[in-house]
Design a protein around this ligand. Structure first.
Ligand code: PLP
Length: 344
């Protein structure tokens, strides 16, 4: 359902507002000083999250970026490289964090859908020589945002990760939307956890919490991560107020199929009007990428017409609009979008 002011916001799944249940959980949460490790609500959420991924320990952090950046910092040494796809969030949208906070540079693979193959890693390992930087870490992003919420298959993560580990790399998963990936693939969260050294996931994306991310890994990794979180200024005190909302949001992982269905309906509705603009078969999770190149008026006109109908959409690259479905939009809102496309 659109927000109470009538706006249907498809720009991202980060725009959701806390539910009544979240506010109630926040109001009644048991609290303590989490920098001392004494917040029972945070401790429970960390333990639950780690268990979901079959990992030893978790660390609650304010944001996905902080989770990713702590992982880079703990797993690598300055002067090393991060191996990721060219369109990775960790490289493109984290304000140069890897370079500034950990002295890293990026080695990218140009690829479809966030996939790095065994042969990509083999090729890079073969090229390595004494004057080239060592690749310290392989990072996955699943789902892959810039590709339109695509799912990186577990088999690819397993095989490529194994080769990367043999070459001395750590393996980190930017799982900002890993619950969408798991919903679409039917793969268990613990299976993803088994093929990486650390995972970061966000409560504040498709799960619908107002704030918060979790970093999981071994007990040793999390002890180091806790220190780096402090260095980055991410230690929070009675943060159980936020963890309580995140804990409610975590249950929403079981309902993400609805968001995926809505995204499919949106794609099919637009494709019925403009078959070249979107491929419904490419919609795997909660994102729909619409190519406006051949649409009347291209981006500007479409965005204006949507805005006139109180519908918001993101334009991340000229010629491509991204619609993201989430718990605060419904079938009626999708129909509003389709009506606007019909009016073009
Ligand atoms: C794939 C991915 N990773 C990490 C992040 C960063 O999360 P945050 O905004 O909580 O820092 C985002 C945010 O959109 C994302 O899409």
């Amino acid at each position: 359902m659109a927000f109470s002011d009538g706006v249907a916001d498809f720009r991202s799944d980060t725009v959701t507002r806390p539910t009544e249940a979240m506010f109630e959980a926040m109001a009644s949460a048991s609290l303590g000083d989490d920098v001392y490790g004494e917040d029972p609500t945070v401790n429970a959420l960390q333990a639950e999250s780690a268990a979901l991924f079959g990992m030893e320990a978790g660390l609650f952090v304010p944001s996905g970026i902080m989770g990713n950046q702590i992982a880079l910092n703990v797993h690598t040494s300055p002067g090393q490289e991060v191996l990721c796809v060219e369109a990775a969030h960790i490289r493109n949208f984290e304000s140069g964090g890897g370079a500034v906070t950990s002295g890293l540079q990026f080695r990218t693979v140009q690829t479809e859908g966030g996939i790095i193959t065994v042969s990509d890693v083999d090729r890079l390992v073969e090229q390595s020589s004494y004057h080239l930087p060592d690749i310290g870490i392989l990072t996955w992003e699943n789902t892959h945002n810039s590709s339109g919420g695509t799912v990186v298959p577990l088999e690819i993560m397993t095989d490529t990760g194994e080769v990367a580990r043999q070459a001395g790399m750590a393996v980190h998963l930017d799982g900002a939307r890993i619950f969408n990936a798991a919903t679409a693939s039917g793969v268990g969260l613990d299976a993803y956890g088994a093929v990486v050294d650390s995972v970061q996931f966000c409560f504040s994306k498709s799960l619908g919490a107002p704030i918060g991310s979790m970093l999981c890994g071994t007990t040793e990794f999390i002890a180091k991560a806790r220190k780096v979180r402090s260095r980055f200024g991410g230690g929070m005190r009675q943060v159980g107020v936020i963890a309580a909302a995140a804990s409610v949001a975590l249950e929403h992982r079981h309902s993400l199929g609805k968001d995926h269905d809505l995204a499919k309906q949106l794609a099919k509705g637009i494709a019925a009007l403009f078959p070249g603009a979107v491929d419904p078969g490419a919609v795997k999770t909660n994102m729909v990428m619409v190519d406006t190149t051949d649409l009347p008026g291209r981006d500007a006109v479409v965005i204006d017409k949507l805005a006139a109908g109180d519908v918001l959409v993101a334009c991340l690259t000229p010629g491509v609009l991204r619609f993201v479905t989430h718990r605060d939009v419904d079938r009626e809102d999708v129909d509003r979008v389709i009506e606007v496309f019909a009016s073009l």
